[in-house]
Design a protein around this ligand. Structure first.
Ligand SMILES: C[S@@+](CC[C@H](N)C(=O)[O-])C[C@H]1O[C@@H](n2cnc3c(N)ncnc32)[C@H](O)[C@@H]1O
Length: 509
């Protein structure tokens, strides 16, 4: 690493440290490790075969790729970099002053080309779709349609728009190289990108990093590098699919014929000759332990409203906030009112482990309530009769994401909606509770990550969820914890992989 790169990296770290993780997530501000940037640049140099090339970076950050460009392309030509955020733009422009690099502080996706380049290399912002405001999304979708003739899904991340809209800046035959999440190869929203790579440009090479790479401790899917030429595709074109190791020294290489590629297929299956999916497909159970809410044994007795609590002077220690039935929950988010669900009708679970004699003596009013239960025969029910004392319910931790376990097609609410529960309320067994696995718990404590996961869960097609659940008459569907855990969760895997892998940037280093 040269001295200049050492100084650049120090600035990069200092600038990153001034931002919150949340801000960096929203703007997709995660820098490429220099060894990886250099590896990519050296590969591009070998493809192009000359040093004298002009270079464009649509999302330049502190300029790690430019740094690698000056190293790999000795005396390389003019370069142009876009950066939307002055936080990086200002120090980067000062840092690179005197070099043959022009920097512009603007939104790359809102620019019209005024110059054409030989080469583009980018690690575009991995901003997920719900952080793209609607107006921008619609504008970008229209631009993609106009420029490429392809309809792109509203669920596509910002990097897809970068990939599909950047060729306008390239000379005919210019080379484009993208470090992007490999999820586009498998998920529905990636279809537009795959169509683009097959129909609009000449796809040359996709290198996929291996998910079981030791440095990828939590990773179930990996990033990839996509390289294409700004030329019309040809029918007899061969495409290199390499896997593992580095782009200059992959573990395996396959040559794929254009006719083998279909936009609807999962391309990650094409990298090896092994049976499809050589990495097990991620499921919700990889990320969450899913439990049923508690079975009270008699909801009429155990679930109390504020009036009953006041009447029998039931103290806090015997009460747990509990969510009402899903039919009383409009929308997919429950706000917190000092830990209680911010809902019109707040309800509480009554649970007490004190023996009857103690209860009678210390809390005569509460005992009066329990006596009432006796009179109704609540203690004789199947569940209550197996508990001691019968009025002591199971304990449950509140969960940040809950799902009504039963739904009916054709009602106002989406079948199997994932509800974000900001309150400390637990639930009865009409809900399933999703608890992050220990290795993801810290990451999901971050509100931005949690919200992204929740959004992503709600994009799992109803069909996929119903496939694992059970069908009943009248359009009724039910899903049990183990069935929900078996649901494929590729997008969650990518999201959490990105978050957890970025937290350990030794990744490619
Ligand atoms: C993933 S980072 C990569 C930065 C740099 N290329 C690297 O590899 O270190 C993406 C960068 O794009 C910037 N960015 C986000 N949206 C942008 C836009 N619409 N136009 C230009 N830059 C953008 C972010 O501020 C961030 O610095």
């Amino acid at each position: 690493m040269n001295d200049r790169e050492i100084r650049r990296k120090q600035m990069q770290d200092a600038l990153d440290a001034q931002k919150t993780q949340k801000d960096r997530n929203v703007m997709g501000q995660f820098s490429t490790p220099y060894p990886l940037a250099l590896d990519i640049m050296q590969y591009m140099r070998s493809l192009i075969g000359t040093d004298n090339v002009s270079f464009i970076e649509p999302s330049i950050g502190m300029g790690v790729f430019y740094s690698a460009f000056t190293e790999a392309f000795v005396g390389g030509g003019h370069a142009l970099g876009f950066e939307i955020d002055p936080h990086y733009f200002k120090p980067a422009s000062e840092f690179w002053q005197g070099m043959n690099l022009e920097m512009r502080c603007s939104d790359f996706l809102a620019q019209k080309p005024d110059e054409l380049f030989d080469m583009l290399v980018a690690n575009p912002p991995y901003v997920r779709h719900h952080h793209i405001d609607n107006e921008t999304k619609v504008r970008l979708q229209k631009t993609v349609q106009r420029q490429t003739g392809i309809t792109i899904s509203g669920l596509a991340g910002l990097y897809c728009y970068f990939m599909m809209l950047s060729s306008a800046w390239l000379k005919e035959g210019g080379l484009s190289c993208w470090l992007v999440p490999s999820e586009f190869m498998d998920v529905n929203y990636g279809e537009a990108v795959k169509c683009y790579l097959m129909q609009n440009v000449q796809l040359l090479h996709i290198h996929r990093f291996k998910a079981d790479d030791l440095q990828f401790a939590d990773a179930l899917v990996s990033s990839c590098i996509v390289i294409f030429r700004n030329s019309k595709p040809t029918a007899d074109q061969e495409i290199k699919f390499s896997l593992g190791g580095s782009i200059n020294n992959p573990e395996t290489v396959k040559s794929i014929d254009m006719s083998q590629l279909k936009a609807k297929d999962k391309w990650t299956n094409l990298f090896t000759d092994e049976a499809p999916i050589n990495e097990p497909q991620a499921t919700l159970g990889d990320f969450f332990t899913i439990k049923r809410g508690i079975a009270t044994g008699d909801n009429d007795f155990f679930i109390l409203d504020k009036e009953t609590i006041a009447k029998y002077e039931i103290p806090q220690q015997f009460l747990r906030p509990i969510l009402p039935s899903p039919r009383y929950i409009k929308g997919d988010r429950i706000n917190s009112d000092n830990g209680l669900p911010a809902l019109k009708h707040q309800q509480f679970l009554f649970t007490c482990s004190l023996p009857e004699s103690v209860l009678k003596e210390r809390y005569p009013k509460v005992w009066k309530y329990v006596r009432q239960g006796y009179e109704r025969g609540v203690q004789k029910g199947y569940i209550c009769s197996r508990r001691s004392p019968w009025y002591s319910c199971e304990e449950r931790e509140p969960a940040a994401i809950v799902v009504p376990y039963m739904g009916r097609a054709g009602t106002d609410n989406r079948l199997f909606r994932f509800i974000l529960n900001d309150s400390k309320a637990i639930t009865t067994n009409v809900y399933l509770l999703l608890y992050p696995k220990p290795q993801y718990a810290r990451c999901m404590k971050d509100e931005t990550v949690l919200t992204e996961v929740w959004h992503e869960l709600n994009t799992i097609p109803t069909d996929t969820l119903s496939r694992n659940g059970r069908f009943y008459g009248g359009g009724l569907r039910k899903i049990e914890p183990n069935e929900l855990m078996r649901t494929p969760a590729g997008a969650i895997a990518s999201l959490l992989t990105l978050r957890t892998s970025y937290q350990q940037l030794s990744l490619f280093g």
